[in-house]
Every structure is written in structure tokens, then in C-alpha cells.
Design a protein around this ligand. Structure first.
Ligand code: HDE
Length: 702
């Protein structure tokens, strides 16, 4: 707009990119575009109303900008400081709110207030994460997933900072910086990131036999979960439960997803990372927005000293688990996630979990990894969140009353009031006092020994449980482990590192060693490393260690991709859509154009994905409905053919209707198997969707 002086002054009204939308006063939500005047006045951080948010203050139309423009300076200054250091590990994460409910009275085991009565509920916040990649990396890296839970109990915050794998790579916190340095991008070239398939990682691992058990897990499909909703969580370490009378037993914590376990396969993971790097985030967001709240059961394995003394491994060794067949998992609670954050930075980014946050009735053990973690979390958070007052940030603040004499420091929001800021004091209003009855008391364990830099002798067994994990898998899962190791080592440029790693495998399983050696093109299996301690013979397979043996029993919570063309049968489409909804699943329409399709009956069906933006790797199963003309058109589209060919190659169930079968043929699927299911009439969809409960048509992949 030109004013009378001839100057051009762009204003908010002329800037379409400045549109904001409103729904229920949430900026950016909802349908209508913003009209000038229906939002609150823009102000500076000091509350001063801003008159112009488009132009800096300058002398004349083309003259120098003036330093005097306090609004401009404040805006840029604040923007310049938006970033805080990302987490040194677990940088990429996604959080959600919910609640935890005790489903058992555990007062015979612990004095924790939460477990004194069945049905007690507390708010919860959970952050899932990958470990190695940076904050902007991809969701489907082959990696461990963090599963960190904060329970806001009436006795303060209890954090169970766990992973989706029940064991860890190393036994002593001393080695953590080395482990993480080795897996993260190399310091000279700054790549590769968010992956373990490189020399440094396997160089380190091949020199660390204690990592072999965890390596079996990370090479399994546990490291490429279908979604956060379909994975387990584990507290990993052995903790203690302590009763009001001071009696203690050991405990291991488990989170078991009600949704069942499900993972993607490696070729899918690689392609998903390109098609939707935010695959896991989007999945959790969508499920919660749709009201399909994910739920986990809290399980405990409780055991005493007598069990610990006879168990062939050290219960303080985080590279070992306790098979559920030896100590059954008792379900004692449920965790439900039912609300996304209002703001990612304020909550998910600023949340600070810490292993040292435990409540009365819970205690640590002497696991050397846990002891090291108790130092690390608070230390790293002080830097990441800018000072010692990060408990003042709402997501980290307890939701129960709290009183202490900590004061001052950066960003102090609420210092204690009054004169007394020390204890003991003689003032009438003297402030809080320690309470020997209600307060946290450490279990008075007797400890004795020489002060030395050593580990317990049972820690030296590195292969027995790695073998137990491997033999607990189905044939398909074993094949996936072998191909993952071959894939990773094929990215290792130094042959000696490959061989050094393979030389561990005969100690785990001879067939696995042979498969991997063959996959790498080695002339023979290298001579096995000598175990530091003779492995325990005869450990039995444990079904709980397999994903496939613990899969879902329905299509609930899963997603179907519907590849549709113009001119398809209305009834058939209705049948498919209803069957998916009835099973508790969701679907997306994938079409040649984002404008959607028109059925034979003239109904317009909107699409959520244009075919090249919605590859079949994004779905648990697919349906292809095409008219004669539609099938011909699909034949000419590379993305459509890949959609079908990948779905078939990945063992997906495929429902085909109309000329969909003819199109499959032209996509190279000459001999469809029983996992390709014809949808001839409306009712066929129901049995197709029930078949999809099995996740994949495994026969095709074996
Ligand atoms: Fe962590 N870990 N860790 N870790 N860890 C961190 O703390 C550390 C370990 C885990 O979503 C850091 O605030 C050491 C095991 C999760 O915010 C840091 C050792 C397990 C998260 C740290 C371990 C975990 C972290 C980085 C070896 C599973 C993300 C940022 C002794 C039981 C929490 C931060 C979130 C984060 C240290 C090993 C789980 C550096 C020293 C074992 C889920 O403090």
C-alpha cells in the first residue's frame, strides 16, 4: 500500500502468509482464516502493544534501520536464543500425558503410597525416544527406544527411566561415554548419524563381549518397532521394594502393551524413514487425537535374596534379564496415555527424567550402571535446562505439596517465603522438617568388601543369555537377526572388525555364526573368542522374548491403506471402510490425485495421500480397489506398482476388489497366495480384516 508520502508500508492485512486460524481460541486450529481484529493485541514480552510487526523502524523508505526499534531487537534476540542443548543421548523423543492406576494393593511389598490401595490413580507423563540420532533424525532408525515414565505421585515424582529392551550394552557406567561416542557420528566426519551400521560402533562392540546379549536384541526387530504403542518397556535394573516395616524384596519393572507387540521389517524401516521420518510421532498423535488411547500394564517380577543367590547370573548385572518362566510377571497397574502436550518444547523437550527420583517404598540396588545413572541425569539436566531450577518448570514440578530450603539460582520462580531458610532454626514458623516416619529411608543393606575397581565374577558370563534370546525366537525372527547383523557389518569398511565380531557368534549359536559368515562372504567362520567364563548350559527358550509369539489378536489400533481409483463399486468400498472401523482400525485413502476419487455411484471420496506420498510401507495392510480403467491407469504409475509390489514383498495382507487383481499381476505379483484376499462382495471385507490380525502373512516370508 502506498501512503500519501509515497512510501510502501506492507501491513498484516496484505500479508497472506500471516494468516492465523482460530478454533476455541487456539491459534492455528480450525477452519476459517483470520480476520484482522479478532485476536488479542500483539505485545512485546514486556506487554507493550506492538503497532507494526512487518517493518523495522528506519530512516526514510530506503534508509538505515534504527537500533531504537525495541520490538525488532527483542524479537530477534529471543529467536536467537530459542535452542537449548539437545540431550546427549535420546535427543529425538515424543511425549504424551496420561495416568497410572494401581490395579493391586501391594502394601505387603512396598510402602509406596500409590500401591496402598487398588484403584489409586496418579497423573503420568511418558517420553519415548531413539538413542543415537540427533533431535531431527528419523523415527525408524535401528536403535533402542527410550520409554521414560514420570508418575506424579502424592509422595513426589517417581521416574522409571526405561527402555524397550530389558538389558543394556554395558555393565558399568564407566563405559557409557565410550559406548555413546562409538555409536554416534564419528567426530571427524560427523556421519553416519542415527545408525549403528558403521566401523566405530562395531569396532567398540566387538571388543566388548558383555554387549553381546543386547546386540542380539538390537539386531532383532525389537529395534524397529511398528509404533511406540506396540512395544514393551523395561526398568532394566533390579530395584528394591521396601515395606513400611522395612522388609525388602528385589523387583524388575515391565510395561506390557495391551495393543500387543509389533515391529516393521528392515526394508520397510528404510523406506518409512524416507516416506515419513515422523512415522512414530504421527502414529501416537493420531491415535490419541482419535481417542484410541494406548495402554500398558505395569508388571513386576518380585524375588528375594534366596532366588538372587541361586540364579546363575548376577541380578545386579544389567546385561542380564530374569526369564518370566523363572519369575512370573505380576500385573499391578495400568498406564493410559490420553492427552498430547499443548506445547512440544515446554513439555516434551523440557521434561527431565532422573533415575534418582524414587518415592518411599522404592529403593536402588548396587547395580553399577544404575549407580552411575543416578549421577548422570541430574548433572546433564542442569546444563541442558540452564541451571538447578528446572523443577520449577511445570512439567517437572511435583503435583503434590513440596517444601524445602533450596533457593535462588537462574530462573527461580518460587523461593521459600519468610525468614527461615535454614534448618534447624528456632522460629515459630520455622518451615519444613524431615519426617522419619513418612520420609524416604534407604534399605539398610549390609555391605562389606575391599575398595577396588572390579566387577562381580558372574558378570563375566557374556554369552549364555545371548543364546537364550536367540533360541527363543521363531525361525523368521532368527533370520531377521542374521540378516540385520550381515547388513550392519556390510557397512563396516574394515574387514578385521567384521571378523572380530563374527568370532563372538559361535559362542551364541553355531548356525547363526555360519549364516552371518556366509552372508558376509567370509571363507569360513572365524575361530571363536574364548569366553571369560564358561557359559551356562541348557537355558530353556522363553516365549516372552519373541515378538511374534506376543502379537496382537485383532486389527484394532492399526492402519489400512486403501488404494482406490475412480469408478469403483460403492458397496465394496463401504464394506471395507466399515469392516476396518468395526475392528477398531483406521484407514487412509491413497489415490492417483489428492482430490480423491469418484465411485461408480458418483460418490466423491476424498484422499489423504496422493499415490507417491502414500507408499504401502506406511500401512499395516492394504486394499486395492480399481475399476477397469482405473487399473489401466495404475499400471502406468511406478508408485502404484511399488505400492503393490512392496506390500506383497513385506508379507502384508492385500485385499483386492474389481480390477485390482489384474493390476496386481501387472505389478509383478504373478502367483498370489492366501494372503492376497479377493473382495468380491460387501461381506468379504469382514473376514479379510480379521485375517489382518496376524499382522503379516508369514508363510510368504519364510
Ligand atoms: Fe540413560 N541417559 N544413561 N539409559 N536414558 C539419558 O539424561 C545414562 C541407560 C534413558 O526421555 C541422559 O536427561 C548413563 C539405561 C532414557 O528425557 C543421560 C547410562 C537406560 C533417557 C543418560 C545410561 C537408559 C535417557 C541424556 C549408563 C534404560 C531419555 C539426557 C550408566 C534403563 C529420557 C538426560 C528422556 C537419557 C545417562 C544408560 C534410559 C546422559 C550414564 C540402562 C529413556 O543423563
Amino acid at each position: 500500500m502506498a501512503d500519501q508520502s509515497g512510501l510502501y508500508t506492507p501491513s498484516a492485512e496484505t500479508q497472506s502468509s500471516n494468516d492465523t486460524k482460530e478454533r476455541k481460541n487456539v491459534p492455528g486450529e480450525g477452519g476459517e482464516t483470520h480476520q484482522r481484529g479478532d485476536g488479542p493485541a500483539l505485545t512485546t514480552s514486556q506487554g507493550i502493544p506492538v503497532g507494526d510487526n512487518q517493518n523495522t523502524l528506519r530512516v526514510g523508505a530506503r534508509g538505515p534501520a534504527l537500533l531504537e526499534d525495541f520490538h525488532f531487537r527483542e524479537k530477534i534476540f529471543h529467536f536467537d536464543h530459542e535452542r537449548i542443548p539437545e540431550r546427549v543421548v535420546h535427543a529425538r523423543g515424543y511425549g504424551a500425558h496420561g495416568y497410572f492406576e494401581a490395579t493391586e494393593d501391594l502394601s505387603d511389598l512396598t510402602s509406596a503410597h500409590l500401591f496402598q490401595e487398588k484403584g489409586r490413580r496418579v497423573p503420568a507423563f511418558v517420553r519415548f525416544s531413539t538413542v543415537a540420532g540427533n533431535k531431527g533424525s528419523v523415527d525408524l532408525a535401528r536403535d533402542v527406544r527410550g520409554f521414560a515414565v514420570k508418575l506424579y505421585t502424592e509422595e513426589g515424582n517417581w521416574d522409571i527411566v526405561g527402555n524397550n529392551i530389558p538389558v543394556f550394552f554395558i555393565q558399568d557406567a564407566m563405559k557409557f561415554p565410550d559406548l555413546i561416542h562409538s555409536v554416534k557420528e564419528a567426530p571427524d566426519r560427523a556421519f553416519p548419524q542415527a545408525q549403528s551400521a558403521h566401523d566405530n560402533f562395531w569396532d567398540f562392540i566387538s571388543l566388548m563381549p558383555e554387549a553381546m546379549h543386547m546386540v542380539m536384541w538390537t539386531m532383532s526387530d525389537r529395534a524397529i518397532p511398528r509404533s511406540f504403542r506396540f512395544m514393551e518397556g523395561f526398568g532394566v535394573h533390579t530395584f528394591r521394594l521396601v515395606t513400611a516395616e522395612g522388609k525388602s524384596q528385589f523387583v524388575k519393572f515391565h510395561w506390557k502393551p495391551k495393543q500387543g507387540l509389533q515391529s516393521v521389517i528392515w526394508d520397510e524401516a528404510v523406506k518409512i524413514n524416507g516416506a515419513d521420518p515422523d512415522f512414530h510421532r504421527r502414529d501416537l498423535w493420531t491415535a490419541i487425537q482419535n481417542g484410541d488411547y494406548p495402554e500398558w500394564e505395569l508388571g513386576v517380577q518380585v524375588f528375594d535374596d534366596a532366588f538372587a543367590d541361586t540364579f546363575p547370573f548376577d541380578v545386579l548385572d544389567a546385561t542380564k534379564l530374569i526369564p518370566e518362566e523363572d519369575v512370573p510377571v505380576r500385573i499391578v497397574g495400568r498406564l493410559v496415555l490420553d492427552r498430547m502436550v499443548d506445547n512440544f518444547f515446554a513439555e516434551t523437550e523440557q521434561v527431565a527424567f532422573c533415575t534418582q527420583n524414587i518415592v518411599p517404598g522404592i529403593d536402588f540396588t548396587n547395580d553399577p550402571l544404575l549407580q552411575g545413572r543416578n549421577f548422570s541425569y541430574l548433572d546433564t539436566q542442569t546444563k541442558r535446562l540452564g541451571g538447578p531450577n528446572f523443577t520449577h518448570i511445570p512439567i517437572n514440578a511435583p503435583k503434590c505439596p513440596f517444601h524445602h530450603f533450596q533457593q535462588d539460582g537462574h530462573m527461580a520462580m518460587h523461593n521459600p517465603v519468610g525468614r527461615a531458610n535454614y534448618e534447624p532454626n528456632g522460629w515459630a514458623q520455622g518451615g519444613p522438617r524431615a519426617d522419619p516416619e513418612k520420609g524416604h529411608r534407604s534399605y539398610p543393606e549390609q555391605v562389606d568388601g575391599e575398595k577396588r575397581k572390579v566387577r562381580g565374577e558372574l558378570f563375566a558370563d557374556h554369552y549364555s543369555q545371548a543364546r537364550q534370546f536367540y533360541i527363543s525366537q521363531t525361525g523368521i525372527e532368527q533370520d531377521h537377526i542374521a540378516s540385520a547383523i550381515v547388513f550392519e557389518l556390510s557397512k563396516v569398511e574394515t574387514p578385521a572388525i567384521r571378523e572380530r565380531l563374527v568370532a563372538h557368534l559361535p559362542n551364541i549359536d553355531k548356525d547363526l555364526a555360519a549364516k552371518v559368515a556366509d552372508g558376509l562372504g567370509l571363507k569360513s567362520v572365524p575361530k571363536a573368542h574364548t569366553p571369560a567364563r564358561t557359559p551356562v548350559e541348557g537355558l530353556k527358550p522363553s516365549d516372552s522374548l519373541s515378538i511374534l509369539k506376543n502379537g496382537p489378536d485383532s486389527f484394532a489400533g492399526r492402519k489400512m491403506g486403501l488404494l482406490l481409483t475412480d469408478g469403483i463399486d460403492d458397496d465394496l468400498l463401504d464394506g471395507v471402510m466399515n469392516a476396518i472401523k468395526d475392528a477398531g482400525g483406521i484407514f487412509e485413502v491413497v489415490a492417483p490425485k489428492i482430490g480423491g476419487i469418484v465411485t461408480a455411484g458418483g460418490k466423491e471420496v476424498p484422499a489423504q495421500q496422493k499415490i507417491d506420498g502414500g507408499p504401502s510401507v506406511l500401512y499395516d495392510a492394504v486394499v486395492i480397489l480399481a475399476s477397469e480403467d482405473g487399473a489401466k491407469a495404475l499400471k502406468g504409475m511406478h508408485a502404484a506398482k511399488t505400492f503393490a509390489a512392496d506390500a506383497f514383498a513385506h508379507g502384508k495382507f492385500i485385499g483386492v476388489g474389481g480390477a485390482g487383481a489384474a493390476f496386481l499381476k501387472s505389478s509383478g505379483i504373478d502367483s498370489p497366495d492366501d494372503g492376497v484376499i479377493a473382495l468380491n462382495k460387501k461381506g468379504d471385507a469382514k473376514s479379510f480384516v480379521s485375517a489382518c490380525a496376524k499382522v503379516r502373512f508369514w508363510d510368504r516370508l519364510s
